[in-house]
Design a protein around this ligand. Structure first.
Ligand code: BV8
Ligand code: ZN
Length: 243
């Protein structure tokens, strides 16, 4: 593993543009349950059954109970050494873009700047009537929070399964992947689309691609480096011995 870390660090040192894609695994060591791990289940519901517009239309109060549970849980956690190491990496390379699938806001909290939250942010709400978007960090918004300006029902400002990502944000993410010289995929099962295709975009544009994950994924085959282990251990090692 040590040689792989040194070789990947050398590739990063020589890179003008570095792009990083993170998933739920980078927040796991902060205590945030992942989507597909066994602890990633909420009261015998699967997150993928609740994070959909159909579920919200059918039972908005149930979906708000799920999101209030996550807000409450995430209000007690903070970023971990992997998030912090990416903030350091951003300052070490000429061009850096961090693309996250996570909605927990921990990269922002850690101090990342050039960040694309492609699936939205759990701390933002959006009015289903007037589309107003607001940041609200209260852990529990109640069973059916209403818009202060028009009284419409609020929803979490996140991208649910079956919903399109914000085209402008997705375009920036694809461009950052295509122009990268090195791309890191950290803590993602590389199952959810279109995020999972970003590593393919980088690879087909000639980038060195690396995966840092607890287990191998459907994309391991295309990786130049596949570092199996905890993000909170590997990412700080990658950045630690930089000088
Ligand atoms: C869309 C916000 C179309 C909500 C999320 C094929 C092509 C295109 C689309 C599809 C397709 N097949 C199916 C689809 C539809 C769907 C999809 O991809 N489904 C999957 C389940 C197959 N995609 C969509 O619906 C997307 N929209 O395609 O729209 C469209 C176009 C036009 C018009 C209308 C529609 C929208 C997807 C966005 C869904 N929203 N989040 C919320 O969070 O509440 S995605 C959700 O999953 C989270 O954001 C999460 O980050 C994300 C991805 O999961 P991962 O991050 O990878 O997490 P996971 O648990 O899976 O894996 C964690 C990994 O970490 C594991 O490998 C584990 O081993 C590792 N790990 C654990 N601990 C550690 C670790 N690694 C390192 N260190 C550790 N300590
Ligand atoms: Zn409104």
């Amino acid at each position: 593993m040590k040689e792989k870390i040194v070789a990947l660090r050398d590739a990063l040192k020589g890179a003008g543009q570095v792009t990083v894609l993170t998933g739920a695994g980078i927040s796991a060591e902060s205590g945030v349950p992942t989507f597909r791990g066994d602890e990633g289940i909420w009261q015998n519901y699967r997150a993928t059954d609740l994070a959909t517009p159909e579920a919200f239309d059918r039972d908005p109060e149930l979906v708000w109970r799920f999101y209030n549970w996550r807000r409450e849980l995430i209000s007690h956690v903070t970023y971990n050494p992997a998030h912090k190491a990416l903030v350091e990496l951003e300052g070490l390379v000429p061009g850096f873009t961090l693309i996250t699938q996570n909605v927990d806001g921990l990269h922002l909290l850690a101090g990342s700047h050039n960040l694309l939250e492609i699936h939205g942010n759990l701390w933002k709400v959006r009015c289903t009537k007037c589309q107003m978007i607001a940041l609200d960090r209260s852990p529990d918004l109640g069973p059916s929070p209403k818009c202060k300006s028009c009284g419409g029902l609020l929803r979490p400002h996140v991208v649910w399964f079956g919903e399109a990502l914000d085209p402008a944000i997705l375009k920036k993410a694809i461009e950052a992947s295509r122009r990268s010289h090195v791309m890191l995929a950290i803590g993602t099962s590389s199952v959810v689309q279109p995020a999972a295709s970003l590593a393919l975009e980088a690879k087909s544009s000639g980038a060195v691609v690396a995966e840092i994950n607890l287990e191998s994924t459907p994309h391991s085959y295309l990786m130049d480096f596949s570092l199996l282990g905890k993000a909170g251990v590997i990412v700080p090692q990658l950045v630690g011995g930089w000088k």
